[in-house]
Write a protein of this length. Structure first.
Length: 361
């Protein structure tokens, strides 16, 4: 492979390794500022920098003594360091023809000394440096060199920890999303997208709690599609499923967002209408009957299939056991069927009697 191709591949690999840390252009952080302070203190220099070598710039995550956050790559000593050994030292920059002409050397702050330790990924890819600088020539002792390399390793340890935290946060988010999806699947009827019986029972019990009701008692509506077995026999189970889904879609349009709609089982449906009087619930039932009459289901043979429903409507409160309320709603529902179907029978507030009322105007 030509040398230029190898260099291009190495550069792409290096930039990818740097991008994986998601560190560029992030705000200053105490964990990194403390390392630059410590590096300057140990090496007895006025300036220290943690920098990362981007495609066309060197960007400073932390700096002490320079007052800038980045420089072009063509005037960066650190860009040379990533091509060198683990520690690169220039005792007097003005005497090194590679760097003597750099603006930070010829002008403010007139840098004269540089020492940089590589920042390397776990697989040895260089992404930047921890460097110390001075305004006069000097050397580092062996202890200072060792300390600078150790601090560079600490920078990478912080980067790896931050990456691990991000991965953990992503995993937690994915697990929470998966848990939410599983909860949704466990509480949702797959054909209609409505709550299933188990989920509805939980919400009905919640609705009976004294603290849940804000004043007006809730109302319960139990519904059963009329002649559903005959529809399955004549048109087939696939059409039967379409009928159920069609009815569920109409319910979603007719009832309020605050109402809780569920598939109770088979062709039976249930609706919890919170803070709803019996009269308001009767109006909702009448809207449902009208919508069904105006919204036939188109069959494959171009026939229009009109769906009707029978319903029982009663109050739901903490004063009455849920089982008793459901039995009452069921009796009212079957009274509607015996009375000719396609109607709603509701619990009368007068004398505790049950009165049948058609939902058809």
């Amino acid at each position: 492979m030509p040398k230029s191709c190898r260099n291009d591949n190495a550069q792409a690999q290096r930039l990818a390794a740097l991008a994986a840390y998601e560190i560029l252009d992030t705000p200053p952080e105490a964990a990194f500022d403390e390392i630059t302070e410590l590096a300057a203190l140990i090496c007895d220099v006025p300036a220290a920098v943690i920098n990362f070598i981007d495609r066309d710039r060197q960007w400073f995550k932390s700096e002490r003594g320079l007052g800038i956050r980045e420089t072009p790559l063509d005037i960066s000593i650190c860009a040379h360091v990533i091509l060198q050994s683990e520690l690169f030292v220039v005792p007097d920059i003005r005497l090194d023809p590679r760097f003597a002409h750099f603006p930070l050397v010829t002008g403010e702050p007139h840098l004269r000394f540089y020492a940089g330790a590589l920042l390397k990924s776990p697989d040895g890819i260089p992404i930047g440096t921890l460097c110390v600088l001075d305004y006069q020539p000097r050397e580092l002792s062996q202890k200072q060199r060792t300390a600078l390399i150790t601090l560079a390793n600490q920078v990478m340890a912080n980067l790896e920890l931050m990456r691990a935290h991000r991965a953990q946060a992503t995993l937690i988010q994915e697990l929470q999303s998966a848990q939410k999806e599983l909860m949704h699947l466990a509480s949702t009827d797959p054909l209609t997208g409505l709550f299933n019986r188990r989920a509805m029972e939980e919400r009905l019990n919640q609705a009976r709690a004294p603290g849940w009701q804000r004043g007006t008692p809730a109302t319960l509506m139990l519904m059963d599609l009329d002649h559903f077995k005959a529809i399955n026999d004549e048109f087939g189970h696939e059409t039967g499923d379409r009928v159920i889904a069609h009815f569920a879609g109409i319910c979603k349009k007719v009832f309020r967002q605050s109402d809780v709609i569920g598939r109770w089982g088979g062709e039976e449906f249930i609706v919890l209408l919170p803070d709803t009087t019996e009269d308001e619930a009767r109006q909702a039932a009448a809207r449902l009957h009208r919508s069904l009459r105006r919204s036939p289901l188109a069959c494959d043979d171009y026939r229009s299939l009109y769906i009707t429903v029978s319903a029982g409507l009663c109050g739901l409160s903490s004063d009455r056991e849920l089982e008793h309320t459901l039995r009452l709603a069921d009796r009212l529902l079957y009274q509607a069927k015996r009375s000719g179907r396609n109607r709603t029978v509701y619990e009368s507030q007068q004398d505790g009697q049950h009165s049948a009322h058609t939902g058809i105007p």
